[in-house]
Design a protein around this ligand. Structure first.
Ligand code: NAD
Ligand code: ZN
Length: 360
């Protein structure tokens, strides 16, 4: 009998509810070390000039840094932010707060780790390479689906590949789940990021790593996704349910892994800069052979929500670009092992991946 089961950190504290964002000041008060150790708020620049900004509880020398989510987080971007924060303040900040979708949540996680660890964030991409605990970090999702609010990873584009800093120190200390913050998410973005959650569930529930822990969360998240994307909920209920679906979807991955769509979408995004949510959808549409039921449901969701996926995304790629894409994808070993089992290399090859990419 195996007794070395993984011992996972969880988000220590979580608030859920409409308007809970206004409790941020009260939540941060006990975290503040002194007047010179600020709280730094990394905020999606989509909120610049909106009513959300005056609600951010700034005191002392706290700082807001607006960041565009146009591009997904990069290791050199994280390193630059850490240099800026170190040069702006005499003390290590009391905490980092990330406000936004998966992009801002991941940046907040990575910056909080790099404020206490040496070197470049690129050196910590991988599994359990972080040596020192991060500083306090708090996540406020404004877009739901990635599960970045609960996961123990922060996915970064590095010089060599797109890979997470997976560690026990990555997980947020606190998360504030306020469904009202999802008001105003563009419909197409809502769908693509929501599908990230749906695809997490399908890949986790159909993976070889599945156990009862992952299954319990995955099944709940899948049920919520069906209600949100195939049911007739009012908008307020849909926001609450997608927020909880994302949470459960992320929890489901803790003991399991994602699968074929994620492995292939990482290649797509490395070569073409395609964003995570849409990249997953582009790939998933062609994976009926791996996830027949999931792909059928996915097609129903596309139709019900009037979404037309972009076509011919890979039509102009060179041989070298296809090669890179395939190599990046195949390097995601745990994802393939989860999807296809220990002998995954016997079940998939470069030609197979090439034929799927060509359809996208
Ligand atoms: P995102 O954060 O990239 O944001 C997408 C767009 O939505 C941006 O234009 C942003 O400005 C906008 N937006 C966000 N909130 C909004 C709001 N309330 N109103 C209007 N617009 C809003 O999107 P995402 O899909 O949440 O995150 C994708 C990122 O998450 C990728 O970098 C991916 O690698 C990462 N990810 C991380 C994990 C993890 O476990 N750490 C898991 C999956 C994905
Ligand atoms: Zn994902």
């Amino acid at each position: 009998l195996r007794t070395n089961y993984r011992n996972f950190p969880m988000v220590q504290k979580v608030v859920f509810g409409k308007g809970s964002f206004d409790q941020l000041g009260e939540i941060l008060l006990p975290v503040r070390k002194n007047a010179d150790a600020p709280v730094v708020f990394l905020v999606d620049d989509v909120f610049e000039g909106t009513g959300l900004i005056p609600r951010i509880p700034l005191i002392f020398n706290d700082q807001i840094i607006f960041i565009s989510a146009e591009e997904e987080p990069k290791t050199d971007q994280v390193d630059a932010l850490v240099r800026k924060i170190k040069s702006d303040f005499s003390e290590v900040p009391s905490g980092i707060v990330g406000i936004g979708g998966g992009t801002l949540l991941d940046l907040a996680k990575a910056v909080s780790i790099m404020l206490t660890n040496k070197g470049s964030s690129a050196q910590l991409q991988g599994w359990d390479l972080v040596e020192k605990p991060a500083i306090y970090h708090l996540g406020v999702p404004t877009l739901s689906g990635t599960g970045a609010e609960v996961s123990r990873t922060t996915v970064l584009m590095g010089p060599e590949r797109k890979l997470g800093i997976n560690s026990d120190y990555t997980t947020f200390d606190q998360v504030v789940l306020d469904p009202d913050l999802l008001v105003g998410v563009p419909k197409v973005q809502w769908f693509y990021t929501g599908m990230d959650c749906f695809i997490h569930c399908v890949e986790s529930l159909n993976g070889t790593y599945l156990n009862a822990f992952s299954q319990s969360y995955g099944e709940k998240a899948l049920e919520l996704c069906k209600e949100v994307f195939l049911g007739d909920l009012n908008e307020e209920t849909a926001r609450e349910k997608l927020m909880m679906a994302s949470w459960h979807g992320g929890m489901s991955i803790a003991y399991s892994q994602v699968g074929v769509a994620h492995a292939m979408s990482y290649g797509l995004s490395y070569v073409l800069g395609v964003k995570h949510g849409i990249g997953n959808c582009l790939v998933f549409a062609h994976l009926e052979e791996f996830y027949p039921e999931g792909v059928t449901l996915f097609r129903e969701m596309l139709a019900k929500n009037d979404i037309n996926l972009p076509q011919k995304v890979c039509s102009k790629l060179t041989e070298a670009e296809f090669d890179t894409m395939i190599s990046i994808s195949l390097s995601m070993e745990p994802l393939w092992e989860n999807a296809l089992g220990k002998n995954w290399l016997e079940k998939i090859d470069r030609e197979k991946l090439r034929s799927i990419y060509e359809k996208i």
